[in-house]
Design a protein around this ligand. Structure first.
Ligand SMILES: Cc1ncc(COP(=O)(O)O)c(C=O)c1O
Length: 392
């Protein structure tokens, strides 16, 4: 579902304008840029769209997670609880802070299981980070309740769900901060890009300083002449991406409508086959990037996969998805058992994720393009019907 499918003259004009004005950088050159700041405009548009007080654009979703964690003070030996079903960037961002990723299991919604989260809370837990995966929200009430009960901030990896909502409120705005990704696989894309949103003004300032070497960003002070607020790094977004982001936000509703139409037609088409769609906690807020079904067993999922493949439309099994499931990340062995800040990282061996595996091994999905034609939709429905007949 890459947003590039919708690229047209609007993106060409937006990028050409930045290049023509030779203003590709977001900070400095105040006189020369004559009041045009595309990244700032994009931040304002994003904040308005999701209903957050502040948005900070950064160079990708991974750095959004890292900057968010750094700004809230996550450091060596701290623990951050996040689900085993996510993208590796989530755990990398935690580990890059010197903190320890603690993996909770998921439940059938494919979001974090609250009971598993509670069992992982320790004195060192510094944040609980649900990840809204494959277009739909994690069941947030019990996670937020746990955060309140133990006094631990909840932060949201919303990288996959820009524009998604839960009970009418934008995902990414429920916790202390939320992170979005606009990478090339997202339906809202700037090529590479990300953003943080938060209602906490103090925290926003820390994020802003940290993402740009500690610089103070004031229009009345020339860059470099200001005092530094502390150490940081460089995770700035460029004006080219800011310009693309402004267009992407304008197209977001249309893109969502395309995905939702495809999902609706496929689900209607397979009604009565016995296939069980993923029980998403709020169907209205689902951005429909993925169409997921839960089969009764791993064998049934395999059978469905084989039959849909014979029909030319193979479903994928989430449990075999090396991108989105921690069981497959051998690189985590680097972390297992290491002592950081006086705390020892747990084992990330596959057997520690057995409860997630029992669900993900029987979860199958399609990830349709934005421009999925009726013919492809018909083929998906036919393949799923044939598969259901054989597998259920
Ligand atoms: C859940 C999740 N978190 C974080 C990221 C990282 O975003 P980026 O690729 O922009 O760094 C992604 C990207 O796919 C993601 O899906």
């Amino acid at each position: 579902m890459p947003g590039t499918e919708l690229f047209d003259q609007m993106e060409l004009d937006a990028v050409s304008d930045v290049i023509r004005r030779k203003m590709v950088h977001r900070y400095s050159s105040h006189a020369a840029r004559k009041g045009v700041y595309r990244v700032s405009e994009f931040e304002a548009a994003l904040a308005a769209r999701v209903g957050a007080a502040n948005a900070l654009a950064v160079c990708n979703g991974t750095s959004a997670l890292f900057v968010g964690l750094k700004a809230m003070g996550v450091g060596p030996g701290d623990e951050v609880i996040t689900p085993a079903f996510t993208f590796i960037a989530t755990v990398e961002a935690i580990a890059a802070c010197g903190a320890i990723p603690v993996l909770a299991d998921i439940d059938e919604t494919l979001g974090m299981c609250p009971a598993s989260v509670e069992s992982k809370i320790s004195k060192r837990t510094k944040a609980i980070m649900p990840v809204h995966m494959f277009g739909a929200a994690t069941r947030l009430e019990p996670i937020l309740e746990l955060g309140a009960k133990y006094g631990i901030p909840v932060v949201e990896d919303s990288c996959e769900v820009t524009g998604g909502t839960y009970r009418g409120k934008a995902l990414g705005t429920f916790g202390l901060w939320g992170a979005y990704s606009f990478d090339p696989n997202k339906y809202v894309t700037t090529g590479e890009g990300g953003a943080l949103v938060t209602n906490d003004a103090e925290l926003y300032k820390k994020m802003e300083y940290y993402h740009d070497h500690g610089h103070v960003h004031r229009l009345d002070i020339e860059r470099g002449a200001e005092d530094k607020c502390g150490l940081g790094l460089n995770f700035r977004m460029s004006e080219l991406e800011g310009a693309l982001g402004l267009v992407a936000l304008k197209k977001m509703d249309a893109a969502q409508a395309m995905l939702r139409r495809t999902k609706r037609l496929v689900l209607e088409g397979v009604a009565g086959t016995g296939l069980t769609p993923r029980p998403v906690p709020d169907r209205d807020g689902d951005i429909a990037t993925h169409i997921v079904f839960l089969l009764p067993s791993a064998q049934a999922a395999k059978k469905l996969q084989a039959v849909t493949a014979e029909c030319g439309m193979p479903v994928s099994i989430i449990g075999e998805n090396t991108w989105h499931y921690a069981k497959h990340w051998k690189a985590l062995n680097e972390l297992s058992g290491t002592v950081i800040g006086g705390n020892t990282a747990p084992s990330y061996a596959p057997e520690t994720m057995a409860a997630s595996d029992a669900i993900l091994s029987r979860a199958v999905f399609y990830c349709p393009n934005l421009r999925t034609g009726d013919e492809t939709i018909e083929k998906m429905i036919a393949a799923l019907k044939a598969g259901a007949k054989a597998a259920l």
